[in-house]
Ligand binder design. Structure first.
Ligand SMILES: *[C@@H]1O[C@H](CO)[C@@H](O)[C@H](O)[C@H]1NC(C)=O
Ligand SMILES: *[C@@H]1O[C@H](CO)[C@@H](O)[C@H](O)[C@H]1NC(C)=O
Ligand SMILES: *[C@@H]1O[C@H](CO)[C@@H](O)[C@H](O)[C@H]1NC(C)=O
Ligand SMILES: *[C@@H]1O[C@H](CO)[C@@H](O)[C@H](O)[C@H]1NC(C)=O
Ligand SMILES: *[C@@H]1O[C@H](CO)[C@@H](O)[C@H](O)[C@H]1NC(C)=O
Ligand SMILES: *[C@@H]1O[C@H](CO)[C@@H](O)[C@H](O)[C@H]1NC(C)=O
Ligand SMILES: *[C@@H]1O[C@H](CO)[C@@H](O)[C@H](O)[C@H]1NC(C)=O
Ligand SMILES: *[C@@H]1O[C@H](CO)[C@@H](O)[C@H](O)[C@H]1NC(C)=O
Length: 716
């Protein structure tokens, strides 16, 4: 017994000496403002006297305790504990009374997250009259019935997080005293039943998070929350929302019921009471991931009285974003969006919509429309005609075969039109007259397109056009020569196999970026790019080029980057790139290149980086190239993305041992006379071979003479 006692003493003295708040972790960040890091215990800190007394300046003492021991009873520094304003505890406190909180009466912020708490006994927050935020998230709490009791009423607690615990039931009195609470997070628990009682006194609550629980029914739980602004119910099992709850939902700026089991939506869910909003509020209605099939007309009596478009009368500017993505919507009734106040974003992606025909006037404020992932084959002018503010239209993953005439006649503010993954094979017109003044992007990738023509007077302000992953084999069928604002064209991943001076019908006055990566180009004729004098980047990687022609790059006076990586160019002479006077970066990675002649680059006036990874260039060549660069003879520097170490590298760049070098290398292991022997054997072989050829030659000559002779004989 005595021994055990001794051991304990030793143990506690060890912990004593290792538990402290080292002076170098005490940061003074202002007048009586400190940030302090302690280990194990809070002890041995002395701050200037003035910070202890009730001072004129606000005292902020922010303490973090790592590996905190749960019992702080020994050697308490009550004076110091009493001035802590913010405390964060890290450690393992499975069952706790949170005894230390008895002494920290000026605490405003308390963080007890992720410290394994299963049970808190007593009423540890009782004396924390100034507590404003309390974070108990990521523990294993189940019982919170008696926890939130305070000596003084009303208390100051504004924000409470109980997220990621194991709370199943919310006892009806649990939050009774929290009448100042503005934000409550109960997400990631196992709450299945809600009722009104626990929330009854939370009259100041603005944000309630109940994400990822097992809630089936709101059960009036939010009915008394007159000030609620944001309600999050993501990832529950709600099938229905009762009428009474809807009354509160009409006050909400954020109503997130995504990933629940709603089958029916009521138009009233979309309408809002304007008097609950401040100017410029954005209402977010998030119904993603439910089982909604139909979006009904919003023309019933109850709604018409506070009809959305009359809102403007009150001079309050409220915007709405509606997300209906990932449902099973097949049908949208004509006036479905009538009750929404200034709808600016509508997401109908990942549904089963075939026809999108709605009253355009309800969508007149729309900036973002996402129809991606539906079964749309046709677009209707009717729906789009009033969307004059539309900026971002996502029609990807549908079944469009063409862009209909008229549809976009009134939409001159499009910034991004995404039509990737449709079934458009030929386009003689895009029927979009004009994009946004800042320029537009059109994505027509992944469509099986083999021909596209944008006639004069269309596609004004189009700046970027994506045509990658299509079926373009003849690039002259891509006629964009009238698009004088077009700067970037991506035709990568197509079937183009050769290019000559009539192939590219692109706007020379504006184009700066052309991507032809991943085609089948094996030949580039002279003057191919001559009409693109402003091109700055040209990408020809992943093609089948074996050699370059003289004049292929003629006229590319402004080109800065040229990508020739992943081709089959074995021999490259810098002479062929002489026109590229401004070139800064050239990539010839992965070409199996054996010769890269750099002589014509001696006069290159700019730094030029040549990327040579994965080629068959010799160390001899590399050494010379690097010497030339290091000595300032040239501004051309070979480099690699992936360097290496070891024998066959120069300055970290891998290379092939030069032939002469490799001979010498091998010779080191061969005895001199053996080498002689080998040499003479080689000579012998050569002589023998020559003899063989000579004999053959003689034989063939003799044969011919004989033939001739025979012919002459025959003729005679
Ligand atoms: C909370 O609500 C109950 C009724 O449920 C009421 O009796 C009590 O006074 C309220 N408490 C506070 C602190 O407001
Ligand atoms: C709301 O903001 C708009 C400008 O966006 C302004 O014209 C209007 O007067 C504001 N309304 C109120 C009630 O402040
Ligand atoms: C929806 O309203 C439009 C007129 O706003 C009407 O033509 C249509 O028949 C209505 N649909 C249904 C199913 O009531
Ligand atoms: C729906 O679309 C809007 C805008 O297009 C976007 O902000 C939102 O993230 C989308 N929602 C989902 C679930 O994709
Ligand atoms: C449209 O929705 C899809 C799927 O929900 C999403 O991946 C895409 O990013 C959205 N588009 C835009 C422009 O937000
Ligand atoms: C178009 O949509 C696809 C699929 O969502 C996306 O991968 C692509 O980045 C989008 N295009 C543009 C230009 O944003
Ligand atoms: C690509 O075009 C060829 C004819 O040029 C056609 O036979 C083929 O089916 C097209 N492929 C796709 C995916 O559209
Ligand atoms: C280049 O070297 C690789 C191995 O490094 C070899 O497989 C390839 O055949 C060589 N190519 C040429 C053209 O020498």
């Amino acid at each position: 017994m005595i021994q055990v006692y001794k051991l304990l003493i030793i143990f506690s003295s060890v912990t004593l000496s290792s538990c402290y708040c080292p002076t170098d972790r005490i940061h003074n960040i202002g007048q009586c403002a400190y940030r302090i890091h302690c280990f194990g215990n809070i002890r041995g800190i002395s701050l200037p006297n003035e910070c202890y007394e009730s001072t004129n300046y606000p005292v902020t003492v922010d303490v973090t305790v790592t590996d905190a021991i749960e019992r702080f009873d020994d050697h308490l520094d009550l004076d110091f504990l009493n001035i802590i304003t913010s405390l964060k505890v890290l450690g393992r406190w499975q069952h706790t009374k949170l005894a230390i909180l008895m002494y920290t009466t000026r605490l405003r912020h308390l963080q007890l997250a992720n410290i394994g708490i299963e049970e808190i006994s007593g009423t540890p927050f009782y004396y924390l009259a100034r507590l404003e935020t309390l974070d108990l998230s990521y523990n294993s709490l189940t019982d919170i019935a008696e926890l939130f009791q305070f000596q003084i009423h009303p208390n100051k607690l504004r924000k409470l997080s109980l997220a990621n615990n194991a709370i199943k039931d919310i006892p009806s009195e649990a939050f009774d005293e929290l009448s100042s609470l503005a934000e409550l997070d109960l997400s990631y628990n196992i709450i299945s039943d809600l009722s009104e009682e626990p929330f009854y006194n939370l009259t100041k609550l603005e944000i309630l998070r109940l994400n990822n629980n097992r809630i089936k029914d709101l059960n009036g739980a939010v009915n008394s929350l007159q000030n609620l602004k944001h309600l999050y119910l993501r990832g529950n099992q709600i099938q229905n929302i009762d009428e009474e709850s809807l009354n509160i939902i009409q006050h909400l700026e954020t109503f997130d019921v995504s990933w629940n089991e709603l089958e029916k939506i009521k138009p009233i869910m979309f309408s809002r009471h304007w008097d609950h909003f401040t100017n410029h509020s954005i209402c977010k209605i998030i119904l993603t991931g439910n089982h909604i099939i139909n979006v009904p007309n919003a023309t019933s009596q109850e709604i018409s009285s506070r009809f959305a478009r009359t809102m403007n009368k009150h001079n309050v500017n409220i915007l709405t974003e509606l997300d209906l993505s990932s449902n099973s919507i097949t049908n949208i009734e004509y006036s479905a969006f009538q009750s929404l106040i200034q709808l600016i974003s509508l997401n109908l992606s990942k549904n089963k919509v075939i026809d999108f025909v709605v009253n355009a006037n309800d969508l007149a404020d729309l900036k973002f429309l996402n129809l991606s992932g539906n079964y749309i084959t046709q677009l209707y002018y009717e729906s789009f005609s009033a969307m004059t503010k539309l900026q971002n239209l996502d029609l990807s993953y549908n079944r469009l075969e063409f862009i209909p005439d008229m549809t976009f006649n009134n939409n001159n503010n499009l910034k991004l039109v995404n039509m990737t993954y449709n079934e458009i094979e030929k386009l003689d017109s895009i029927h979009i007259t004009m994009f946004h003044p800042e320029g537009g992007v059109l994505d027509l990738s992944n469509n099986g397109l083999s021909k596209i023509n944008i006639p004069y007077g269309e596609g004004l302000r189009l700046v970027t056009l994506f045509l990658h992953s299509n079926n373009i084999s003849d690039p002259s069928l891509v006629d964009l020569s009238h698009q004088t604002d077009l700067r970037t064209v991506d035709m990568s991943d197509n079937l183009i196999w050769e290019l000559d001076d009539s192939s590219l019908r692109l706007p020379g006055s504006s184009l700066v970026y052309l991507d032809l990566t991943c085609n089948k180009i094996h030949w580039i004729g002279p003057a191919t790019f001559k009409r693109l004098p402003h091109l700055k980047t040209l990408r020809l990687g992943h093609n089948l080029l074996t050699k370059l022609e003289y004049g292929s790059f003629e006229g590319l006076h402004d080109l800065l980057n040229l990508d020739l990586s992943y081709n089959r160019i074995v021999f490259l002479d810098s002479k062929l790139l002489m026109d590229l006077k401004f070139l800064r970066v050239l990539s010839v990675r992965s070409n199996d290149m054996t010769v890269l002649d750099m002589t014509s680059w001696y006069s290159h006036k700019f730094d030029l980086t040549v990327n040579i990874d994965n080629n068959n260039l010799t160390c001899e060549w590399l050494q010379k190239a690097l010497n030339d660069f290091n000595n300032g003879y040239t501004r051309v520097r070979p480099t690699v993305l992936l360097g290496g170490k070891g024998k066959n590298t120069v300055e970290g760049i891998p290379c092939l041992p030069s032939e002469s070098e490799s001979l010498i290398d091998r010779s080191q292991y061969i005895l001199a006379d053996e080498r002689l022997l080998v040499t003479s054997q080689k000579i012998l072989e050569a002589v023998r071979e020559q003899n063989y050829y000579f004999r053959n030659f003689i034989l063939r000559v003799m044969q011919k003479e004989e033939d001739k002779a025979r012919k002459v004989e025959k003729a005679n």
